[in-house]
Design a protein around this ligand. Structure first.
Ligand SMILES: [Zn+2]
Length: 356
């Protein structure tokens, strides 16, 4: 069955073959396309036992190697990273190459019929999932698509806690129009970058700050190197004394102790110096304007024609949290305050004041 599918046989052909050969499902009924599709995706047929592909658990989910409280309910398809896998748990019925080929065909056929998929598959279209919260109860907002009588689809975010029936915590039903809020957030990011691109004062400030940091780093290095040379000198003198005198005399004068202390101090200075060198990846002062312009262009391109995944990543870089307030009918957007400058200036650069 897997081989046929990998070679392009339609699922209805697989259904006919299975049923004609007299096979029945575990409940004794005939196979349908709906029962075959999940079989094709089940890694158990390659001998691999996978746990946590889906969860029905009411309170917790297994995530990043730990049990995490969940605030929603119902069946949830879990991230592949969180699957618990045991290879060769039983003899394989399907070889891995065929299984892989089947998965590729499954993914292809799913993407072709994307708009027909509902529930979890549709949720991946929502850019703000995991970042947008309810201002009343603090619960997560999750994406939903409603279809009007005329067949027009509109996407919304709804409070998952209210939806789950916790009306004591979140009494009012409300919906946030997804298109409007998503578009607005992308515009806010663009405008922020644009402001940054054209702000000469800010460029001057960042340049000055970078020069200052470069200077500090240089001074710190110089000072530590002087200290190191000084300690080496002292150690050399001490060694000369030690070779010239009897061990008992040296011991009684505390010279051995002194040598130990100096060595320890030298090791410390050396570590500090290494740390200063390791931090030396400050961005160069000159091409700040170029970097901002490049970032702005790439953001523009993403907003215009990026994939859902790319746009979601973009938002996660700039937006910390979004809160919907149904009573005032507003959505508050929390941007990372220093992130813009960090992204543009490069790793390790933190401006001394906020306000950037
Ligand atoms: Zn709520």
């Amino acid at each position: 069955m897997f081989r046929d599918y990998a070679e392009g046989a339609p699922t209805r052909k697989l259904r006919a073959d299975l049923n004609e050969a007299g096979f029945r499902t575990s409940r004794g009924s005939s196979f349908t396309v709906q029962t075959i599709a999940p079989m094709l995706e089940n890694p158990a047929y390659t001998g691999r036992c996978v746990y946590n592909r889906r969860t029905l658990s009411k309170w917790h989910r297994y995530q990043n190697g730990a049990s995490v409280e969940r605030q929603d309910e119902g069946v949830e398809n879990r991230n592949e990273d969180d699957w618990i896998t045991c290879e060769d748990a039983w003899p394989a019925l399907v070889n891995p190459e065929t299984f892989e080929a089947v998965q590729r065909r499954r993914a292809e056929s799913k993407s072709k019929h994307y708009s027909h998929f509902r529930g979890n598959a549709m949720k991946s279209e929502y850019l703000l999932t995991g970042r947008i919260f309810c201002g009343v109860c603090g619960g997560k907002l999750s994406g939903t698509t409603r279809t009007s009588g005329k067949g027009v689809k509109t996407r919304y975010y709804l409070c998952s806690r209210h939806q789950a029936g916790h009306t004591d915590e979140c009494p009012k039903r409300y919906s946030v129009p997804a298109d409007v809020v998503e578009r607005h957030i992308l515009t806010v990011i663009q405008q922020d970058l644009l402001r940054l691109r054209d702000d000469d004062k800010l460029h001057e400030y960042v340049e000055l700050e970078l020069r200052r940091l470069h200077g500090h780093q240089f001074d710190a290095r110089e000072q530590l190197q002087r200290q190191l040379a000084n300690l080496d000198q002292k150690l050399a003198t001490l060694r000369d004394h030690l070779t010239a005198m009897k061990p008992e005399t040296a011991e009684s004068l505390g010279f051995y102790q002194q040598a130990d202390d100096l060595s320890a101090e030298r090791a410390e200075v050396e570590t500090a110096l290494k740390a200063v060198y390791a931090k030396a990846s400050l961005p160069p002062v000159g091409d700040l304007r170029k970097r901002i312009a490049a970032e702005f262009d790439s953001v523009e391109a993403l907003v215009a024609s990026g994939t859902v995944e790319e746009r979601r990543n973009l938002i996660s870089c700039y937006v910390k949290e979004i809160k919907a307030d149904p009573n005032q009918q507003v959505v508050r957007i929390g941007l990372y305050p220093t992130l813009l400058s960090q992204r543009i200036a490069g790793a390790g650069f933190e401006p001394a004041t906020s306000g950037l």
